[in-house]
Design a protein around this ligand. Structure first.
Ligand SMILES: [Zn+2]
Length: 95
């Protein structure tokens, strides 16, 4: 389903010839796995419990910038929205 996550050594692909993805922030090429977790309300799904969906992302090991160039647009929006919220420091609504 996710074509970005091809296993190492895919048939017919010489990895050494492929471009290396670099960090947007510092140009680094080492990344560590991280995850965004979305809570899906039971009110939306009709399920008995809230559900969570984990979205795998990669973070630069050097400057902690999330490698968002490989993410779908919707996920980028989540990251952008989060960054904007951190500026405001307003009271958050916790149910
Ligand atoms: Zn970086």
């Amino acid at each position: 389903m996710n074509e970005n996550m091809m296993p190492m050594g895919s048939v017919g692909i010489d990895i050494s010839q492929a471009p290396t993805v670099e960090c947007d922030g510092c140009g680094g090429i080492l990344f560590t796995p991280a995850a965004i977790v979305k809570r899906i309300s039971k009110l939306q799904t009709g399920a008995l419990e809230d559900q969570t969906v984990t979205i795998q992302v990669l973070m630069c090991t050097h400057c902690d910038t999330v490698l968002d160039s490989i993410l779908p647009g919707k996920i980028k929006e989540i990251l952008d929205a989060k960054e904007n919220k951190q500026d405001k420091q307003g009271p958050s609504i916790i149910s």
